[in-house]
Ligand binder design. Structure first.
Ligand SMILES: O=C(O)c1cc(=O)[nH]c(=O)n1[C@@H]1O[C@H](COP(=O)(O)O)[C@@H](O)[C@H]1O
Length: 239
């Protein structure tokens, strides 16, 4: 039996702070919330103290992608918010990943917070093998590419990776039990796939070895988000 409150991260993918707060109120059982580009670019960091006041865990999904000095500066600042998780693209390269990790830990320590975990995007879950081969011109198979990005993240001292649940089992086997695997691209059977390409159901994703599932629109865009959350909870409880 798996508890949804321990495994599911829900993204606040809205552009107004009041809509984010409405979701927090509609879904009181959700313990781990994601603040991503839409809300952060629209409203800045204002939602973060609200989440902390409500004793929620925070995944700040900024998907950083820049040179070492710049990502380090951003990570130092992010560390001061008292967040739990932060994202950076593995394709920043080894030096930027190392600099980011060091700066994040230092920033958090300067503000009196425990070190947040820095996790690397391996390959966005919206992309498929065709996109990788024909548009991005990457000449290796998709699962191998995602694995190589995770290995680079691990070698650079990062705490884990964001991957499709379809790659989770392989990453778990190679990167070990301590390496955090956060999986978006999760769709219950009853939900629409939308722009996600590499999906698994919540129970398949957990069985594949995901530590956390990021599930957004199936819950947040549902007519009744609380009911959608409960259905996912039932599915996980029956594993
Ligand atoms: O970093 C992420 O969280 C992320 C990485 C990725 O490869 N794919 C992906 O969908 N995400 C995020 O996960 C969430 C998925 O939302 P839904 O597709 O609505 O379930 C969105 O907030 C995305 O920004």
């Amino acid at each position: 039996m798996v508890l949804a409150a321990e495994k599911v991260i829900v993204p606040l993918d809205v552009s107004r702070e009041e809509d984010a707060i409405a979701l927090l109120s509609q879904l009181p059982e959700v313990q781990f919330w994601k603040v991503g580009l839409e809300l952060f670019v629209s409203t800045g960091a204002e939602i973060l103290p609200t989440l902390k006041d409500r004793q929620k865990r925070i995944f700040l999904d900024l998907k950083l992608h820049d040179i070492p000095n710049t990502v380090a500066g951003a990570c130092r600042a992010a560390g001061k918010y008292g967040i739990d998780l932060l994202t950076i693209h593995a394709t920043c390269g080894r030096k930027a990943l190392q600099a980011a990790k060091t700066a994040l830990v230092e920033g958090a320590a300067e503000a009196g917070y425990p070190p947040p975990k820095l996790i690397a995007i391996t390959l966005l879950t919206s992309l498929n093998s065709r996109d990788l081969a024909f548009d991005l011109k990457v000449p290796i198979e998709l699962p191998e590419y995602a694995l190589q990005m995770a290995v680079l993240a691990k070698e650079s001292g990062l705490d884990g990776a964001v991957c499709s649940p379809q790659e989770a089992a392989q990453l778990r086997q190679v990167c070990g039990d301590e390496f955090l695997l956060v999986c978006p691209g999760v769709r219950p059977k009853w939900a629409e796939t939308g722009d996600q390409s590499r999906t698994f159901t919540p129970s398949e994703a957990i069985k594949a070895g995901a530590d956390y599932l990021v599930i957004g629109r199936p819950i947040t865009a549902a007519t009744n988000p609380q009911e959608a959350w409960a259905k996912i909870g039932d599915e996980l409880a029956n594993i």
